[in-house]
Unconditional design. Sequence first.
Length: 362
Amino acid sequence: MNLAFYIARRYLFAKKSHNAINIISMVSVCGVVVATIAMVCTLSVFNGFKGLTTTLFSVFDPDLKITLVEGKVFDPTTPEMKAVCGLPEVQLSCGVLQENALVRYGERQEISILKGVDSSFHQLVQIDTAIIDGKFILNEGEFSYAVLGIGLTSALGVNAAFTRPLEIFMPERTRTVNIANPATSFIVEYVYIGGVYHINQPVYDEGFMLLSIDLLRSMLDYEKEVSALELKLIPGADVSQVKKNIADFIGNGFMVKDRYEQQESSFKMVQVEKWVTYLMLCFILILALFNVLGSLAILMIEKEEDVSKLRSMGASNRLINRIFLFEGWMISLLGAVIGVVIGIILCFLQQHFGLISLGETA
């Protein structure tokens, strides 16, 4: 066994002649333990936030989304797009059309983002799991329906039980607005409220309305154009590889975004907060390690007699320095190991028993 390591281990676990040295050594270990626990638990929480955010956005965002680099709409029936939809990794595809419009109910009105989808949209994403009132329905006979976010329904003062339709106002795309009589330049459509969803994401809850893509195309005077092509991949598919293959196939005129890139700002915010917190905890851990230096300094003073005996027995300065160096490493390592173990246990208990809750969700 390494002599310096053996002596350092004896110094670490042997009882000191002064009780204060035992207390200081314990404080040093505890400081590293607490800082390590905080680091493990905090990083685990932020990783959980990322997973939670991904789950919430999966209710509305597809696995992959194809949009134009420049321009607003494109033809989804080209051979390239048909080939993309026919890839073995693609389970389902859905063309969507988005446009802003004024939505009015009675005396209340709000600017909303209309998202035209077809009846397969609820199979593409998990929107059914977010419906809290009514159901996902776009058409029934001659009547058109819309599915609204809970924030938008609150602003308009409506819900799925109302029998009076919403009014949608949109400027005619192919006509110039008549300044003398602007009302003549607007198209008005009526939709009933089929359902209300709640995703806990303000960007969708307060601003979006789902309706039939055919209705939105008729309002915009489009035949088959879409704003984006949304894709659902088969379970177990490599999203990054499929995204790369599609991007290489359709060329530089289109962007292919995965779920993280569709909500880039939200995920970047989580990542920035995670690493800033990590750096702060590293700084706290460094401060805790200074306690180890203090403990070593006091231990060296106490062991002056032992050091003199070692020198008289032929010990070199290098051996003596290594003894106290190993001592410091063992204090730090012991605290880190204990902190990691306790941190993992706490994360396990939180994951399985929910000791701390963020609050009630709808």
